[in-house]
Design a protein around this ligand. Structure first.
Ligand code: SF4
Ligand code: SF4
Ligand code: ZN
Length: 317
């Protein structure tokens, strides 16, 4: 018996001493030269590695504390998953009721309805951006402009999420060029939503060395000062509180060519599935739009009800 808990004479499979999950074959492969059972999770291994560094009683108390933390975290995750399932099914029932009432009030809209899409809402409270935020944004811009100016072209940059977004952006442009009305629909929906996905832009606006280098490559006559001044000139006197510094009451303050590919290529899941459903549809026609109150990232928050705030029919010619 290697230890009292898991390597007993019992025929049952060994369990991880931290999370209690049954060890898989791959888990057991990494258990050489240790006198405990642990799964491959980084957190569980980190806890068990302390076993030989601590006295028995210290380790026992450390293990029991970490197990409690893990249980709390698992309970929180399970309750969030349950909330998402319940909220999704409740919202689906509410959406259906709204659709039925639209059709009952205006039976004419039923004819030619192609799609129903449920969009979130951007935040809307405007504020003068604090000096600290503006300075942080300008520092970010200076840093990425400097780093971009040191490179001979964009291909020298490590292929990270900005590069992937650039590829997605090119694919999107191709998709939209074959079906411009899909682009009109997407633009109209995003205008109604007002940046429900822009919250996390904070003071970086997803702008990266890759964004700047691509801009430099397409505008070789622009100096670093021109580029910095250009971005600074677009900082709005008022921007949406607790969101990206460039989000204003009229949408993004940056023209599309100055935005990052991450911004230009991003569509939330409802829009992506709407685009997928309508990709081959040249005449989009009528679409029922249901708008909910929360932002895209807060749509499943436990303490804020994601209410329906608008339901309408738009017609894309
Ligand atoms: S992509 Fe989705 S969340 Fe973002 S602005 Fe458009 S509708 Fe809103
Ligand atoms: S730069 Fe514009 S599109 Fe990108 S997160 Fe900020 S407001 Fe949204
Ligand atoms: Zn584990």
């Amino acid at each position: 018996m290697e230890n009292g808990i898991t390597h007993s004479l019992s025929l049952s499979k060994p369990l991880c001493e931290v999370c209690g999950y049954t060890l898989s074959y791959l888990d057991s492969l990494q258990l050489k030269d240790v006198d405990y059972s642990v799964c491959r999770s980084f957190d569980c291994r980190r806890v068990m590695q302390k076993k030989n560094e601590m006295s028995d009683w210290q380790f026992k108390s450390h293990l029991s504390f970490q197990q409690k933390l893990l249980r709390d975290q698992q309970e929180k995750e399970a309750s969030r998953r349950k909330h998402i399932v319940q909220a999704t099914s409740r919202e689906a029932r509410e959406n259906l009721a709204i659709i039925e009432s639209i059709i009952k009030d205006r039976p004419d809209v039923l004819e030619g309805i192609q799609q129903v899409v449920v969009i979130p809402s951007g935040l809307s409270k405007l504020t003068i951006p604090a000096e600290e935020r503006v300075n942080k944004y300008i520092e970010h811009l200076k840093q990425i402009i400097f780093e971009a100016s040191e490179l001979s072209d964009a291909n020298e940059i490590i292929q990270d999420q900005h590069y992937d977004a650039h590829t997605r952006q090119l694919q999107l442009e191709q998709k939209f060029s074959k079906n411009p009305s899909l682009k009109s629909l997407s633009d109209q929906l995003c205008a109604m939503c007002k940046g429900g996905c822009c919250i996390s832009g904070n003071e970086h606006a997803y702008l990266s060395v890759f964004t700047i280098k691509t801009l430099m490559d397409t505008n070789p006559h622009w100096t670093v000062t021109d580029i910095l001044d250009l971005y600074i000139s677009h900082i709005s006197a008022q921007s949406v509180q607790n969101s990206c510094i460039n989000q204003t009451e009229n949408g993004c303050a940056l023209p599309r060519n100055l935005r990052s590919d991450i911004c230009n290529a991003f569509y939330c899941d409802p829009l992506k599935s709407c685009q997928k459903n309508m990709i081959d549809q040249k005449n989009i026609g009528k679409v029922i739009v249901i708008q909910r109150s929360n932002t895209y990232s807060s749509r499943f928050d436990l303490d804020v009800e994601n209410k329906i705030i608008n339901a309408t029919v738009i017609n894309i010619k």
